[in-house]
Write a protein that binds this ligand. Structure first.
Ligand code: FPP
Length: 239
């Protein structure tokens, strides 16, 4: 009897290597980011084709504000342009766009573009694309702790009622399942402040390819690799 292939419900990607890709070609780093848009399209297509229901992309970390201002500005422009240009295709494909991270630090223009794409794609049923923007795990967890402390101070919950679920419910990712598979391109093998709470049982995959060279075939390889992993969640197999 043939067994159905195990497909991750939620894939998260650290899109790394744009700068190196550009430098290798004697281009500006910003051109590497621009070349990083096509792999986003390819990943969405491949994820939807496999039946993945959630795709999270680490697009801008809280640390990325420390990059040269020209690069930060170019990235902001790229996000705005992309969400506007891609909207019709995203709607056609049934993609629902959501965001995690603190959007209040973005300019009004960026906030407006993000709010618009969320609103225009709200009915998407095929796949949810979650953009991690001005996101870092430590900042997300700190904000969650603050919210829980406020509820305790207001007498809404007692300290001994705080469970793991209480923490999870106060994270930006509360509406979504934990990632089953986290991919980081460019050969770097670390999580860099990305989904640290949610990654507890995630499978990790580190292809050597730089993000602008990532494509549907690379996504398929990650899905194949995942299908062969033995996920035990701290239990003993078969017991
Ligand atoms: C990391 O590569 C990449 C980023 C900080 C930006 C990611 C943005 C995109 C791929 C643009 C398209 C995204 C959307 C959602 C439209 P790096 O610059 O750190 O690479 P390096 O390590 O080689 O310097």
């Amino acid at each position: 009897m043939s067994e159905l292939k195990r497909i991750p419900q939620h894939v998260a990607i650290i899109m790394d290597g744009n700068g190196r890709w550009a430098e290798l070609r004697g281009l500006e780093r910003c051109e590497g980011h621009a070349a990083g848009v096509e792999p986003v399209r390819a990943s969405l297509r491949a994820a939807a084709r496999h039946g993945v229901k959630f795709l999270t992309l680490y697009a801008f970390s809280t640390e990325n504000w420390g990059r040269p201002s020209a690069e930060v500005d170019a990235l902001m422009e790229l996000f705005c342009q992309s969400v506007v240009n891609e909207a019709p295709e995203l709607i056609r494909q049934g993609v629902r766009v959501r965001m995690i991270g603190e959007r209040s630090r973005f300019s009004e223009k960026v906030q407006k573009a993000l709010a618009e794409i969320e609103q225009r794609t709200a009915e998407g049923k095929t796949i949810t694309l979650i953009l991690a923007l001005n996101y870092s795990s430590r900042s997300e967890i700190t904000r969650a702790v603050r919210r829980i402390a406020e509820k305790v101070a207001a007498g809404e919950i007692a300290p001994d009622q705080i469970q793991e679920a209480t923490v999870a419910e106060n994270l930006d990712t509360a509406p979504y399942p934990d990632p089953d598979l986290i991919i980081r391109t460019s050969g770097e093998q670390r999580l860099s402040n990305f989904l640290l709470w949610q990654a507890s049982y995630a499978e990790l995959w580190f292809p050597g390819v730089l993000w602008p060279d990532f494509n549907e075939e690379e996504f398929d390889k990650a899905i194949d690799e995942y299908a062969h992993r033995d996920r035990r969640f701290g239990l003993v197999k078969g017991k």
